[in-house]
Ligand binder design. Structure first.
Ligand code: HEM
Length: 409
């Protein structure tokens, strides 16, 4: 077996979900060593309590350039998906004071007030996407992912950033191109170039007239800071927000609809108003969190997690396995059951500690509106395939379905 006998983290396959893979690692202890793509060895933390302690504690960092010795010194090369996740300089991959400095303007731009002001915009985006589905025959299948779940967060992010009307079609098309899994490397590079060029223009005009939108907020905060961010650093934060806020939300919309359409009794509890859609979302996020795990964290120094007794060496990579932790039997009774009456029990779906998702409230508003309006417009919708036959995203990071065939009924 690769990695000197430790298990290789495959991610979701036809045979198992990410959550099940995480739970099967649990048999090896609370933080077994696993091999990740590219030969990286990491401690997979699959119990929720240590996962929370490690995510919260100052002795664990997300900054590879500072706290992963071989990487810092250039003696260990990292490629593929792990490199993509750890090599960018943004709020997700920063630590301590630098993290606080980068996060403050983002959190300030994603307040309840912003969510409230975005709500009519979200309603209108959802109506437009639903209108686009009109004319689909009752017996015809649509792919819920491409036709419904993805376009909504794409449009919401575009409006959140404050892209002016004249650039909207070009920007939306370029952002959609970043998530096109059928695109080749050249096409992806073209989409990336187009998004960066448009973001560059947005930042330049916000430097002159910062508007009441996320780019305006970031520019204002960056200019007011003692160490102002350069345009390049601002672009890195904006790219992270586009990536962090789009596919995750799309996966959550698709997965919640799969769960509700698979369990008519649970659907009835929600559509009759006995259980709020928000609780159904919390349960769906627990059962299949859109982010199964976020690479990568590092032990800032050697330490022992007092309660579990697990020891971590200085610089040791740590992977918090959200999907596994959210199926923990000690925290959740019958964890694989979709039960909207769990009462919104907490999960790790939005992370924990200083890096906890600042877009959670916005995402929840988008998902609840999207799924509620879809079910109102298409009360007879049903899955064209049994849920266990749906193809899962082949990843140990992104967690959901590559396509969801639905008959609108
Ligand atoms: C259902 C949708 C979403 C899910 C499941 C999700 C999940 C997560 C998770 C697991 C993290 C990492 C937490 C950690 O490492 O401890 C994260 C971070 C982040 N998310 Fe989200 N997210 C979602 C939507 C959004 C949206 C809509 C935005 C912005 C518009 C957003 C922006 C961010 C940012 C900027 C970070 C980095 C925060 C930091 O490092 O301090 N996310 N998210």
């Amino acid at each position: 077996m690769p990695g000197g006998g430790c298990p290789y983290l495959r991610g979701a396959t036809a045979a198992q979900t990410n959550g099940q893979e995480g739970q099967s690692l649990r048999a090896l202890g609370p933080a077994p060593v696993v091999e990740l793509t590219g030969g990286v060895l990491a401690r997979a933390v699959v119990d929720p309590a240590p996962a929370e302690r490690l995510s919260a504690g100052p002795h664990v960092s997300r900054d590879a350039a500072r706290h992963w010795p071989g990487y810092r010194e250039g003696t260990r090369s990292v490629d593929g998906v792990i490199a993509q996740w750890i090599s960018t300089h943004n709020v997700l991959n920063s630590y301590g004071d630098e993290h606080r400095e980068l996060r403050a303007p983002i959190a300030a731009a994603l307040t309840r007030r912003r969510v409230e002001s975005m709500t009519p915009v979200i309603e209108s985006i959802v109506q437009d996407v639903l209108d686009g589905l009109e004319g689909t025959g009752a017996e015809q299948n649509i792919d819920l992912v491409q036709s419904f779940a993805l376009p909504i967060p794409h449009e919401v992010i575009t409006r959140l950033l404050g892209v002016p009307a004249e650039y909207l079609p070009a920007f939306s098309a370029a952002v959609a191109g970043l998530f096109d899994t059928s695109a080749g490397a050249a096409e992806l590079a073209r989409s990336m170039g187009a998004v960066l060029a448009l973001l560059d223009q947005l930042v330049a005009s916000a430097r002159e007239y910062p508007g009441d939108n996320l780019v305006g907020d970031l520019v204002r905060a960056a200019d007011a800071s003692e160490c102002p961010l350069s345009d390049a650093e601002l672009l890195d934060q904006l790219m992270l927000i586009i990536f962090a806020g789009t596919e995750t939300t799309a996966q959550a919309i698709g997965t919640l609809l799969v769960h509700l359409l698979s369990y008519p009794d649970q659907l009835a509890l929600v559509t009759s108003g006995q259980v709020p859609m928000e609780d159904a979302l919390t349960e769906s996020l627990r059962l299949r969190p859109p982010v199964a795990s976020v690479p990568l964290r590092f032990a800032v120094r050697q330490f022992q997690d007092a309660r579990s007794g697990e020891e971590f060496g200085e610089g040791e990579p740590i992977l918090v396995h959200i999907a596994g932790a959210d199926l923990n039997r000690e925290r959740y009774e019958d964890p694989e059951r979709f039960d909207v009456r769990r009462g919104g029990s907490r999960s790790l779906a939005f992370g924990y500690g200083p890096h906890v998702c600042p877009g959670a409230a916005l995402a929840a508003r988008e998902i609840v509106i999207a799924v509620t309006r879809f079910l109102e417009r298409h009360p007879g919708a049903r899955l064209a395939l049994a849920p266990e036959l749906l193809e899962q995203t082949p990843s140990f990071i992104s967690n959901g379905y590559t396509s969801i065939a639905v008959e609108l009924g």
